[in-house]
Each structure stands twice: as C-alpha cells, then as structure tokens.
Design a protein around this ligand. Structure first.
Ligand SMILES: C[S@@+](CC[C@H](N)C(=O)[O-])C[C@H]1O[C@@H](n2cnc3c(N)ncnc32)[C@H](O)[C@@H]1O
Length: 645
C-alpha cells in the first residue's frame, strides 16, 4: 500500500525486526519437524479452563495500541469441494502440520471464544467424541460483523488444517472463511411435522421471527433450509406460493446483509406476474428489492427496469420515482463525467464517507504496458488540468471505522516485514463472499500469488470460495490511501481502499496524472496534455530522495523504477546524489528559516549560490528534458524574493 504521508510510516527497530523474524522462523521450523505426526490428546478440563481464562483476559485487555503480527507467504488453497463429497473424520485422526484434503470435521464449541485483534480461538469437541481441540480463525474471523465462532455452536471444517501456534500448541487453523461452515439447529421446532411443506412453512415462520429480532444470518438459514426442502418437488398451488414467499423474504435479508447478487435473484424468483391487487403489491415489493440490489451493484440500467416495473404496478408509491431520479443522475455521471460536485462534497462526512455517485471511466482502457504488465491508457486527448477518470471505490475502510486494522506482516517469501492494511483485505474477502459477481474483477488484479491458478470464481453448495491469501497479495500491490479526509490518522489506523480500475495505473516519478479524493471517489486529473493512446502514470511514492523512493517501491510494490528521472539519478551515482541531497537540504532549511518577504540581499545571494550549486549537479546529458524537482523549492523562493530587492 502506498503511504500517503511520511508520518504514517511505521519504523521498526532492528531488534523488533529480528524478534518477529526469529519467532516466525522458529515456529515454522518446529512445524516442519513434527509434520505428519499424530496429535497429542488434550486434557479436557484444563483446556476449557485455559480458554475461559484467556477469553476473560482478552475482554479486559486494551488492544487499541497494539499492532498484531501475522505471517504470510505460506499460502495454501481453500477447499473447493462441496461438503457432502468430503469424507468425515475424527479429531483423533488429526496429524500435525497437515492439510487433511478430501476430509471434513464436524465439531461443537465447548468453551467461550477468545477474541484477539487479528484472530479468534475456542475449544471444540469432535462430533460424538470425548476428544477436545483448539480451533483458531486467522484474520477472517467475522461474517456480517459477527464473530464467526460466536455465531454458532456446531461447525464443519472443510479439509481441516492442523498445525502449531507460535507457542508450539496444536491447533486447527482456518485461514479461508469458506472452509468453515456454521451449522444451525433449525428443525428442532418442526420435529413432529411429517410433511415437508409443513416443515418449510414452519421454517418460514422461524425466519420471520429471527428477522424481527434482527438475527439476520439465522433468518437467512431458516429461509434457505425451507427452500431446500420444498424445491423443486412441490408444484401444488400452496407449495409454489410458499416458495415465492421464502424467496421474497430471503431477498430482504440478503439486501440487509449486502448479499446483493442473491437479493436480486431471490426477488426475481418470487415474482407472481398476475394482475390481481395482492399479486401486484407483492411483485412491487419484489421489484423494489431487485432494484435496490441492482443499484447498489452499480447496474443502473437493470435497476431502472425494476423500478419502472414497480412504478407500473403501484403507481401511487413515491419510492420508485425517487429511485428512478437517482438512477438518471448515475447514468448521466457514467456517460458524461458531469457530476454535481458541490452537492456530492456537501454530502460527505465522517459518518457518511461514501458518496452516492458512480464512476466515469470511458476515457481509458486497459492494455499491455511493456515491462510493467498491464497499464491504463487514454482513449482520447485530455487537456492539462482536465479530469481523466473518476472512480467510486470497490471498498474503502476508513481509519475511524471499527473494521480498520493494520498488522505487521512477515512475508516468508522475501523475508520482509511490512505494514499491511489487513482490515481492508478482510473487508474485500467478505464483500466477494457476499457478491460473487464481483470476484472476477478483483481476482484479475495483479498479485504475486496466483493460488490455484484460475481467476474464475469457484462455488460449492455452501457458497462462493475465496482464496484469502490471494486477496492479501492483491491488496498488497493495489491498495491506496484516500488521505485523512476526516481528521488526523495514524499509521496504525490509516484509511485504505481498492479502486479496481485505477489499480491498473502504473507508477512513474514523472507522472502525468494526479489523484484527489472526494469521500471514496478517486478523481484523476491530467498534469499536462495527454494524447490518445498515451499511458497514464501516477506516483505511488513521492519521496524526493532517490534511494528512499527506490527502497519503498521495491519493498511495497516489488519493482525498480526506470522512469527518466530514476534513470538519470541512477546514472549520477551515489556520490553526486549525496552531494545534491546535502545542497537541497541546506536550501530547504534556508527557505524554512527565512521567509522570502523578509529576505535581505545577502540571503538572496546565498540562495542564488545554492540554486546554482544544485543546478550544477545536473551535469550528465541524460538529464536533458528530465524534470528537476529538487531545485524547485529554492527557485520558487528566489522568484518571489528577488523582484523585491
Ligand atoms: C497497481 S498494479 C499496476 C497494474 C499492473 N501493472 C498490472 O499488470 O495489473 C502495481 C504493480 O504494477 C507493476 N508496476 C507498476 N509500475 C511499474 C513500473 N514503473 N515499472 C515496473 N513495474 C511496475 C508492479 O508489479 C506493481 O506491483
């Protein structure tokens, strides 16, 4: 991720670096030594009391100031099999540091959950077993804002991974949220009912009751189980009606859970299509749900169709008209790039940091960029100062939001410690699980880890499968900071986001576009005239010092910059760069100490000497036509001070 400000950079001491590195390397060595060996059984009472104590401690601990440390770079793919095709296994069969491919483990929680900043853990027992074991979810521990382990008592772990904690304790570890299924005990109340339609009806009532209590995940599970029982066998009038009701109700839950793809599909599946008043009322409701889902997915033409239908069915209802007016604005923004900026800016606040506006990306296209993978190119000429594109973020997590989380990540692949916006990674994984239609768009982005190798979305009967490691790597190479628009930010809680189209823009220190942000909208402007077919570049890092900049580009982005400025500075060699840097820092100090309005002749003469000395360091012919940003400060000072003397 690009650091926006120098003050947002976290510096670790060498000792801290070494401590993290040693802990991880020792733990990894311990794991490989025991790989494949049988697990040690645990003493039940002691294990439960250990978890209970740790849970209390975790509740009391103030975690606001601590940066969790996470190891990356030992990725493994998520399970892509449907639950029923996996062979059941028991805790007693677990082998250490082993991925139990092709197997599933059904477990029940037997202790409180220990909630830590980046992970949660608890004690579980195997289904029908006396054995007990530790289960940990790393990073992706919440779903719909709820701790996954807290949300149920029975779980099925797909292809369980049994390993050691950093302290050397055995643990089941879940890194991909799609590898953990929460099982709800839904049919208890319907035990006596023999016929499936009656059970499905009972499940619908249960779902409605859960909805009233805002237990959305439970309501969703009840409606889904009802649909599973009744579909597609029951073709009776009552069966068809019940199916539609379940779909319509689940559409509402999906909308509230931001599961927009399913909200739309459910709403459409519930349509009756008859002209009697009751059917029209119900279909109007369904179209409204489908329209809201399509709007929030950015599918405005589709949303317009649904709200027009709602308007036709229930013309007295003002809601559809309001939506249709909003849609017209979005369609205009999309095609013309004309925005009501004053109103948009006025609507942005700390409590409403995301704008109700859409992207305008018709002036650009993605193409191959030699030596840089893919890049973004202009499709028409753009005058200096004009907007090149506007993009609404795929996802932004603001520093002041609960989801914001920064972690130290130690990457075993390149032995580097980085500060990673893992809160954003988590949010992106959740958004993709909720909206599989967006998976491709994100998985197509550049990342070092390719996972199973296919970018295409995978789905099992239990839902979409997301490779959390791959998302981590994509975020590492594509996230940017939208700046501190809502007050001071620390590196520990920096705002970060993902813009899936702007993510294709490559870096150059001699950039031709600059970015600015209005809420979660990124606006790119041309710094000079851009010709059709020209590649767009912005600066990932603006550090004026060559070595600092190269180090940051290499660590954060994994490449060495070969723009005209870097080529020239590299050719200068370290001695000349050092000399220039000393002169520039002398000039900067002088500019800061003496205001140009108070400058005496002697100060001006000194500034002139310094500016000339800086200029004289640009000796090589490779500097021809290359911008010399470093002398700019003192030159500006001189241009203001000199005419007054
Ligand atoms: C945000 S992505 C840019 C799009 C990317 N080129 C792609 O193919 O999807 C950032 C990655 O692009 C590559 N990149 C960006 N600017 C570059 C440059 N000036 N030279 C070489 N590689 C660059 C690096 O691999 C970097 O990690």
């Amino acid at each position: 991720m690009a650091a926006q400000h120098q003050r947002n950079t976290i510096f670790l001491t060498e000792q801290e670096n070494e401590r993290i590195r040693n802990t991880v390397q020792e733990s990894s060595k311990r794991c490989s030594e025991v790989a494949g060996t049988a697990r040690e059984p645990r003493e039940r009472k002691a294990a439960i009391s250990q978890a209970t104590g740790a849970s209390l401690m975790a509740d009391m601990e103030d975690r606001t100031d601590k940066l969790p440390a996470i190891t990356v770079g030992q990725p493994y793919p998520p399970c892509t099999a449907t639950l029923q095709t996996l062979q059941p296994m028991r805790l007693a069969e677990l082998r250490l540091d082993t991925h139990h491919r092709g197997r599933r483990l059904t477990v029940q929680r037997v202790s409180p959950v220990v909630t830590l900043a980046a992970r949660s853990w608890t004690m579980i027992q195997g289904d029908g077993e006396a054995e007990i074991e530790r289960l940990e979810i790393c990073l992706h521990k919440t779903r719909h804002g709820e701790d996954l382990l807290e949300s149920g008592s029975t779980f099925v772990i797909k292809e369980p991974f049994f390993t050691l904690t950093e302290e050397g304790e055995g643990t089941l570890r879940v890194d991909h949220p799609s590898d953990l299924c929460v099982i709800y005990d839904l049919r208890k109340e319907a035990e006596d009912l023999a016929d499936e339609e009656a059970v499905a009806k009972k499940l619908k009532d249960q779902g409605n009751a859960s909805l009233r209590q805002q237990q959305l995940a439970l309501a969703h599970a009840s409606y889904s189980e009802g649909l599973r029982l009744i579909l597609p066998k029951d073709t009776s009038q009552s069966g068809v009606e019940l199916t539609r009701d379940l779909h319509r109700n689940r559409a509402l839950i999906n909308l509230q859970l931001d599961q927009l793809d399913d909200a739309k599909t459910d709403a459409i599946a519930s349509l009756i299509g008859a002209e009697d008043e009751r059917s029209k009322q119900l279909d109007s409701k369904a179209y409204s749900r489908a329209g809201s889902a399509a709007y929030n997915l950015g599918e405005y033409a589709e949303a317009k169709r649904y709200f027009s239908e709602q308007d036709r069915l229930t013309p007295g209802d003002k809601e559809a008209r309001v939506w249709l007016r909003r849609i017209e604005k979005r369609l205009r923004e999309q095609s013309s790039g004309i925005y009501e900026w004053t109103a948009i800016r006025a609507g942005v606040s700390r409590t409403r940091p995301r704008v109700d506006a859409t992207s305008h990306i018709s002036n650009i296209e993605v193409k191959e960029s030699e030596g840089r993978g893919r890049g973004l190119f202009a499709t028409r000429s753009i005058p200096a100062g004009d907007v090149v594109m506007c993009e609404k973020a795929f996802c932004v997590i603001w520093g002041h939001e609960r989801e914001a989380l920064t972690a130290m990540t130690y990457d075993m692949r390149d032995d580097r410690i980085r500060v990673s916006p893992v809160g954003l990674t988590k949010a992106v994984v959740e958004k993709l699980l909720d909206n599989p239609s967006r998976i491709q768009q994100v998985m197509d982005l550049y990342g070092d880890y390719q996972g199973a190798g296919t970018a295409s979305a995978t789905k099992t009967d239990e839902g979409p499968v997301i490779d959390a490691f791959r998302v981590h790597d994509i975020i590492a190479r594509n996230a940017f900071g939208p700046g501190s628009q809502f007050g001071e930010e620390s590196a520990r809680k920096a705002s970060t986001g993902l813009w899936v189209r702007a993510a294709y823009i490559n870096h150059s220190c001699v950039f031709n576009v600059t970015k600015e942000f209005v809420g979660d909208m990124m606006v790119l402007r041309a710094t000079r005239p851009i010709a059709p077919g020209e590649e767009l570049f912005h600066a990932y890092d603006l550090a004026p010092d060559y070595d600092t900049r190269q180090k940051s580009l290499l660590t954060t982005w994994g490449f060495e910059c070969d723009c005209a400025l870097c080529v020239a500075e590299k050719a200068d060699g370290p001695n000349l760069r050092k000399k220039r840097s000393q002169l520039v820092s002398e000039a900067d100090q002088m500019v800061q100490k003496t205001h140009w309005a108070d400058a005496k002749r002697v100060a001006i003469a000194r500034a002139q000497r310094l500016a000339k000395a800086i200029e004289d360091t640009y000796t090589g012919e490779y500097w021809e036509g290359v911008p010399r940003a470093e002398a700019q400060g003192i030159r500006e000072w001189l241009s203001r001070a000199s005419p007054r003397r």
